[in-house]
Design a protein around this ligand. Structure first.
Ligand code: BGC
Length: 758
């Protein structure tokens, strides 16, 4: 393994000087400080300590005596979680806490629409308010580093600029509607295997340019009120007590003035965490309860530090008006306005990867359509470990087709494969005899289901194969072991193709799959995501041409998993996964509920060397000239677009300038559609090393048939800076630049050179 890390990543954090001379973001939260001084002056030390840990599973304390309400949290990030028992993970089983299930993170990112991300945040906030919540535990915005990442479906993109634009809009949407956003998981929680112990070893440059960028935008551009430190370590220290991440960067460089809330069970110390700067330990008080009180009393922590932690919480408390108890939970959480947003996002997220003309489906002759695949009927709102939404309803793909075209076609359905936990990604303990017996039974089921699918396919005019992953395969707490389609879907499709080659494949997945078998067997190929309450209706509207597909890949689909950077370089450690931190926490809270005592969390040390540096996703494939299955930014429509007339407002730009790049797009086809134009930057003669290209602007436009539009996009030169590891700050690389405009990172259509200078 080649490890190339900067010397500076190993320097003691004390040497990491903060450049306070740079403009630091000034949060609106600071306006409350005077008022807060008065409140703190009236609080006892015990009342202060009480605010710094969980009161219940999703509540931390206010000060009733002073009229300061408790802080009520809700998962996040794609629907308001059902109401839980105060001290366990069991639901209360309320009848009216069914929420809207919004398309998951990668689906939202596939819209490439900050406007929709804002609406999405608005929708979540409205439902959070109906439930009396103050803080939404979302958005989840870690960079998708490995294609197998268990939470790829929750996260947005492999690209920091796309992630940052959407994250900031999502946060604004939430906070403009009276709820605080808690941006998670800060930072570098890029894998789920061993997430509770993995130590990410990374250079400052890659950290700032790639992994911290979405968090920075959420703070600097959207004034996020909450940040959730992640479970893992970064350069040797747990995120929840990481001086560099929380003090040097978050508070000092970015001007974050709100509160940090540990991931559930992710606190590891008393003194270190409260100093470095964790506000609330959730959900328990193992470290921020009595032991913190003792630490203050014996002088290890000053009361001034406690006051400051309390102040940071009170700022958020005063900015967010609590919902009066008698107003909360009066109506069903999911409301039509939000369901409409979920539909809109779902429509714009669906990606057409391949189409030889078979789509949209021609309905004239009332065709017989064989819908095949367990994913056609599988509910995706819940599953895996966390982030489940008890949704009011979820239209599955099969239901969507029946709703929209049930009277225009004949639909015959076959399940095709069994989406069981054991044959997916879940690990279960069984004896050899049990394994053999189950294997025999499973093989019989596989053959029976496959035969039914083949029979159904042979009778149809068109096969609609609806496969992909599910929430057991893509889950918090563990990564996928590979990106192959689970449950033998590749083999099944080969059998189906032998009797009816007219196949349209729809993948209901949240992360990338290996498409090497299904792509050549499919006349059209679609990604339809874990697409929320209205997902099935949106899919049907795309398949029938009511809407032209125009989602774009938020990640690269590699030819094979081994091509991706962390796999090629062998720097994705999976250790000996003893037990996930979350599973231990569940055991701990359950046993704590019974015995009143918790058990210690075991750690399983291992290191993830991010030796690919900034070369994540397309940055890697483009720089290394490696072919991919589908490039980042890719997606077809039912029309074609032509690009022309690229120009810039100037030929050269200083460090404080803004590049204005204009070009024309024409819808050259016969149907209305959106196009997502993308602007990448290629440095021609740089003084430091860069990826081959980087996304720096994009725009989604709707064009009628024949319509042309002139698009102007702005790129501030300061967004082209690099992180200088000697200065520990952003620096200019004033070089010649090629602006590359196109429809994906693999389809650059227009180019224009400009010069950056002093
Ligand atoms: C997850 C967080 C979530 C928290 C509370 C943790 O396991 O990592 O994303 O907000 O649980 O449910």
């Amino acid at each position: 393994m080649r490890i190339r890390l900067s010397l500076f990543s190993f320097l003691p954090v004390i040497l990491l000087v903060t450049n306070l001379s740079a403009q630091v973001h000034k949060s609106a939260l600071l306006q409350y400080d005077k008022q807060i001084d008065g409140i703190i002056g009236k609080m006892t030390l015990e009342e202060k300590i009480d605010m710094l840990h969980g009161k219940f599973m999703f509540v931390s304390a206010g000060v009733e005596r002073l009229g300061i309400a408790d802080m009520r949290y809700a998962d996040g990030p794609f629907g308001i979680r059902e109401e839980m028992q105060p001290n366990s993970w069991s639901p209360l089983g309320w009848p009216n806490d069914k929420a809207t299930f919004f398309p998951t993170g990668s689906a939202l990112a596939a819209t490439w629409s900050p406007e929709l991300a804002y609406k999405y945040g608005t929708g979540l906030a409205r439902e959070a308010r109906l439930r009396g919540k103050d803080m939404l535990l979302g958005p989840a915005i870690n960079i998708q580093r490995i294609p197998t990442g268990g939470r790829t479906y929750e996260y947005l993109s492999e690209d920091p600029f796309l992630s940052a634009s959407l994250a900031a809009s999502y946060v604004k949407g939430v906070q403009d509607n009276g709820v605080a956003a808690c941006v998670k998981h800060y930072a570098l929680n890029n894998q789920e295997n061993n997430r509770g112990s993995v130590d990410v070893v990374i250079s400052e440059r890659a950290m700032h340019e790639i992994y911290l960028a979405p968090f920075r935008a959420a703070v600097e551009d959207a004034d996020a009120y909450g940040i959730m430190p992640a479970y893992n370590k970064v350069n040797g220290a747990y995120c929840s007590e990481n001086d560099y991440l929380l003090n040097t960067v978050l508070r000092n460089k970015w001007g974050f003035s709100g509160m940090t809330i540990s991931d559930w069970g992710g606190t590891h110390s008393t003194v270190n965490s409260v100093i470095n700067v964790l506000n609330v330990e959730m959900p328990s008080k193992q470290y921020h309860g009595q032991s913190l009180l003792d630490a203050v009393k014996n002088g290890e922590v000053s009361e001034e530090i406690i006051n400051q932690r309390v102040r940071e919480i009170l700022r958020v408390r005063l900015a967010i008006k609590p919902v009066p108890e008698n107003e909360a939970n009066k109506v069903m959480t999911s409301q039509p306005k939000q369901q409409k947003i979920a539909y809109e996002v779902a429509c714009k997220s669906i990606i057409l990867l391949k189409n030889d003309g078979i789509l949209p489906i021609v309905l004239e002759k009332k065709p017989v359509i064989a819908v095949i695949g367990a994913n056609a009927t599988q509910i995706m709102a819940t599953g895996g470990l966390g982030a489940g939404v008890k949704t009011l309803y979820e239209i599955t793909p099969l239901e969507g087709l029946k709703n929209r075209i049930g009277d225009k076609v004949e639909i015959i359905y076959a399940k095709g494969y069994e989406a069981s936990a054991a044959s997916g990604n879940m690990r279960t303990r069984r004896t050899p005899e049990e394994i053999e017996k189950q294997n025999i039974e499973r093989n019989a089921t596989i053959q029976k289901l496959a035969q039914e699918a083949v029979d159904v396919a042979s009778k149809a005019d068109l096969v609609l194969f609806i496969g992909g992953d599910n929430r057991m395969v893509e889950t918090e707490g563990s990564d996928r072991k590979d990106i192959l389609l689970p449950y033998g879907q590749d083999e099944l499709l080969k059998k189906i193709a032998a009797v009816n080659p007219k196949i349209v494949t729809v993948l209901v997945s949240g992360g990338p799959n290996d498409l090497s078998i299904i792509k050549p067997l499919s006349h059209a190929l679609i990604i339809s995501w874990f697409n929320g309450t209205e997902g099935g209706n949106a899919l049907a509207d795309i398949l029938t041409g009511k809407i032209s597909p125009a989602g774009r890949l938020p990640f690269t689909i590699p030819l094979k998993l081994e091509d991706s950077p962390a796999y090629t370089l062998g720097n994705y450690p999976q250790g000996t996964r003893s037990s996930d931190i979350f599973a231990t926490l569940v055991a701990k809270t359950d046993s704590a509920a019974k015995t009143g005592q918790g058990t210690a969390l075991k750690s399983d040390p291992n290191k993830a060397y991010y030796s690919e540096e900034s070369l994540v996703g397309y940055r890697w494939f483009d720089t290394k000239n490696k072919p991919v299955m589908y490039p980042f930014g890719y997606g077809l429509t039912y029309t074609t677009f032509s690009y022309s007339e690229i120009k810039t407002d100037k030929q050269s730009y200083g460090p404080d300038g803004t590049i204005k790049v204009s070009f024309k797009i024409k819808n050259a086809g016969k149907v209305e559609s959106d196009e997502v134009a993308q602007v990448y930057i290629h440095r021609i003669n740089p003084t430091v090393v860069w990826p081959a290209k980087e996304l720096k602007a994009f725009s989604r436009v709707t064009l009628k048939p024949g319509e042309s539009r002139s698009i102007t996009l702005s790129i501030p030169v300061k967004n082209l800076r690099y992180w200088n590891e000697i200065k520990h700050d952003w620096d200019n690389d004033l070089c010649r630049i090629e602006l590359e405009v196109g429809a994906s990172s693999g389809d650059i259509i227009l180019k224009k050179e400009i010069q950056l200078n002093r």
